[in-house]
Write a protein that binds this ligand. Sequence first.
Ligand code: ZN
Length: 83
Amino acid sequence: MNIIRFILLILMVWILWQFYQRWHKIKKQQKDNNSALPSKIMVSCHHCNLYLPEEEAFCDGDLYFCCKKHLLANKSANKSANK
Ligand SMILES: [Zn+2]
């Protein structure tokens, strides 16, 4: 009878060890996934309010634009306003 208890104890320890390893692996994967995602700063186009990542936006001073067309539209609007 003692040998059966011993085997059961070994089996339980083994099962717990397997659970621990799986949990540890999942935790590690979550940590890797979080660090792999680059933190993108979102900016809105001054002309049409479209949101886009800062590195894809066209910049004019502290204003951001979604495309060159909107950047030029803002520049020409400023020129005509200054006249
Ligand atoms: Zn735009």
